[in-house]
Design a protein around this ligand. Structure first.
Ligand code: FES
Ligand code: FES
Length: 231
């Protein structure tokens, strides 16, 4: 049988070329899949790049609810929710501690779940409901968690406090819904409306760092709200 005379170098090039083309195809497919997963609205709403300071910037329009008020923004696709809140909506209650998902200072509540706004793209919030620390009180009446933090002195410098309070509120809802945590003893029997122990509260709040070390008072405040106090 006639075999085409192929040198090892040719074979290497061919294998290398196939690998390269496979990787290219995989990357393209991955990017396309990611775009669909993140959300069609993002892909659909994306506009042509505009030039800002000589740099092409992809902008898109989003509409979302912040503390019950509809907001429309034009955002760079790379803008985090935290930056959109602080720099475009001038809502500076949510703090930027690390901007890397490690401190919890930027915690907000999205559709009832606590989220790190520094790790959330503003584009992902299109059509969603966001609650920040500015939206917790009803007029002059503080949210029970805010009142409990004051009563128990759950803050010193206060930098972590907006994130702590948003996190604590949503965390108690998670417990009510029967979500387990790392220290839940028997995850097979987690009941809805469970009463959290101190250890459970500490574990569930462990993503919110307090550099002032106000932890005992923060936990006491949460325990009081859980018990129905601090109204
Ligand atoms: S600023 Fe978001 S986790 Fe630290
Ligand atoms: S009160 Fe200062 S960082 Fe928590």
């Amino acid at each position: 049988m006639h075999r085409k005379n192929v040198s090892l170098e040719d074979e290497d090039r061919s294998v290398d070329g196939s690998r390269r083309s496979f990787l290219k195809r995989s990357a393209a497919a991955g990017i396309a899949a990611a775009a669909v997963k993140i959300g069609d609205p993002v892909a659909v709403a994306a506009s042509q790049p505009v030039i800002e300071n000589g740099i092409p910037v992809e902008k898109l329009s989003i509409k979302f609810s912040v503390n019950g008020k509809e907001q429309s923004l034009s955002v760079d696709t790379r803008t985090s929710l935290l930056d959109a809140l602080r720099e475009q909506l001038q809502m500076t209650g949510s703090k930027k501690g690390c901007d890397h998902g490690q401190c919890g200072a930027c915690t907000v509540i999205i559709e009832g779940r606590r989220q790190l706004s520094c790790l959330t793209l503003a584009a992902m919030c299109d059509g969603r409901k966001v609650t920040t620390t500015e939206g917790l009180a009803s007029g002059d009446k503080l949210h029970p968690m805010q009142a409990a933090f004051i009563e128990h002195d759950g803050m010193q410098c206060g930098y972590c406090t907006p994130g702590q309070i948003c996190s604590a509120i949503a965390m108690l809802e998670e417990a009510k819904n029967g979500d387990a945590s790392h220290v839940t003893e028997n995850i097979g029997v987690v009941a809805r409306g469970q009463k959290l122990s101190k250890a459970e509260i500490q574990e569930r709040m462990s993503g919110n760092i307090c550099r002032c070390g106000a932890y005992p008072n923060i936990v006491a405040a949460i325990e009081e709200v859980q018990a129905g106090g601090a109204k």
